[in-house]
Write a protein that binds this ligand. Structure first.
Ligand SMILES: CSC[C@H]1O[C@H](OP(=O)(O)O)[C@H](O)[C@@H]1O
Ligand SMILES: Nc1ncnc2[nH]cnc12
Length: 287
C-alpha cells in the first residue's frame, strides 16, 4: 500500500515523514499542482500533494486534477485520502467538525473530467464514489484524533471561485439534500475511480455557507480562521492512519482497484495509439 494525501486549503506540507523528499513528477496531462512530498510514516509509504500548490496559487478551476491523479498513480499510490475545506448545510455539522463524505453532486462545468475520450472510451461506475474500506480507516483515525466526525454526507461540488448565492445555498440544502459544499472534490473523485485508486474524502467544515440566519454570508477571513484549527486536526488524523492501514495491501473489498475491468467500450482495433500511450499509468493494467 502507498497512501496519497491531497492537502486542502490550509494544509500545504506534511511534517514527520521519514526520508522526506519533494519529487517533481511529469505526466501526459501536464504538471501536477506541485512537487509531491514522499516518505514513510510509521512504516507506511506516503505521497503528499498540496492541491492548490504551496502558497495557494491555484484556484479550484485551475487545479490540474488529471495530472494530480496520474502523478500519484505513477508514484505507486494505491489509496488517496482527500482533505478539503467545506461549507456546511447542516446545523449539526458545525465549523471544526469533519465529515466523511460518501456521495457527491457535481455542479462543476469548466474542468476536464475524464482520462478517457475519443480514441479510447470508458464508462466507470460511480454509484459508490468513495471507498468504504478506506473511509472506515479514516473515520477511526478522525475519532482517535478527538475530532467530531460525521460518517457519511453528500458533498456538492461547485465551480466557484465565488461562493454560492442564497438561492443556490437553499436549493442545495432544502431541495437536493446536500450536507456540505466545496469546490474541489469533483472531478477528483471521478478521476481516482478511473485510475482504479481507492478514494476517501474528509470534508472539514469551516463555515455554514450563507443559508444560516445566525451566521450571515461566508467570507475568506472566516474560512481561514477555522482552517488553521482544522489543519492541525487533519495532521493528527493523518498520524493515525498507518496503524489502521495494512502495508501489505489486499484487493479492495469494494472493487475500486478493478474499476476498469468492464469499463472500456472502444474495440481494440479502434483504439488510438497516442491515446493509449497517455493512459499508461492510469489504465496500463487493462490496456
Ligand atoms: C478557501 S475557501 C474555498 C476553497 O477552499 C476549498 O478548497 P479545498 O477543497 O482544496 O480545501 C474549497 O473547495 C475552495 O476551493
Ligand atoms: N461555503 C463554501 N462554499 C464552497 N466552498 C467552500 N470551502 C469552504 N467553505 C466553502
Amino acid at each position: 500500500m502507498k497512501l496519497g494525501i491531497i492537502g486542502e486549503s490550509g494544509l500545504y506540507d506534511l511534517e514527520g515523514l521519514e526520508n522526506a523528499a519533494w519529487q517533481e513528477v511529469d505526466t501526459p496531462w501536464g504538471a501536477p499542482s506541485d512537487a509531491i512530498l514522499t516518505g514513510t510514516l510509521d512504516g507506511l509509504d506516503m505521497a503528499f500533494l498540496p492541491r492548490h500548490r504551496r502558497g495557494h496559487a491555484l484556484a479550484p478551476s485551475d487545479v490540474p486534477y488529471r495530472a494530480n491523479i496520474d502523478a500519484l498513480k505513477r508514484l505507486g499510490v494505491t489509496d488517496i485520502v482527500s482533505l478539503s475545506a467545506c461549507g456546511s448545510f447542516r446545523e449539526e455539522m458545525a465549523p471544526g467538525d469533519f465529515v466523511i463524505v460518501d456521495q457527491f453532486i457535481d455542479r462543476t462545468f469548466a474542468r476536464a473530467k475524464s482520462f478517457f475520450g475519443t480514441g479510447c472510451v470508458a464508462h466507470v461506475s460511480l454509484a459508490d464514489p468513495t471507498c468504504r474500506r478506506l473511509s472506515n480507516a479514516v473515520l477511526g483515525a478522525a475519532e482517535a484524533a478527538g475530532v467530531t466526525v460525521h460518517e457519511g454526507g453528500t458533498y456538492l461540488a461547485m465551480e466557484g471561485p465565488q461562493f454560492s448565492t442564497l438561492a443556490e445555498s437553499r436549493l442545495y440544502r432544502e431541495q437536493w439534500g446536500c450536507d456540505v459544499i466545496g469546490m474541489t472534490n469533483m472531478p477528483e473523485a471521478k478521476l481516482a475511480r478511473e485510475a482504479e485508486l481507492c478514494y476517501a474524502s474528509v470534508a472539514m467544515v469551516t463555515d455554514y455557507d450563507c443559508w444560516h440566519e445566525d451566521h450571515g454570508a461566508v467570507d475568506v477571513a472566516t474560512v481561514v480562521r477555522t482552517l488553521q484549527g482544522n489543519a492541525e486536526a487533519a495532521r493528527n488524523l493523518v498520524r493515525g492512519l498507518p496503524e489502521r492501514l495494512p502495508p501489505a495491501r489486499t484487493a479492495c473489498s469494494e472493487g475500486c482497484d478493478r474499476a476498469l475491468d468492464h469499463a472500456i467500450i472502444t474495440a481494440p482495433e479502434a483504439r488510438a495509439p497516442e491515446v493509449l500511450a497517455r493512459l499508461d499509468a492510469v489504465a496500463g493494467r487493462v490496456l
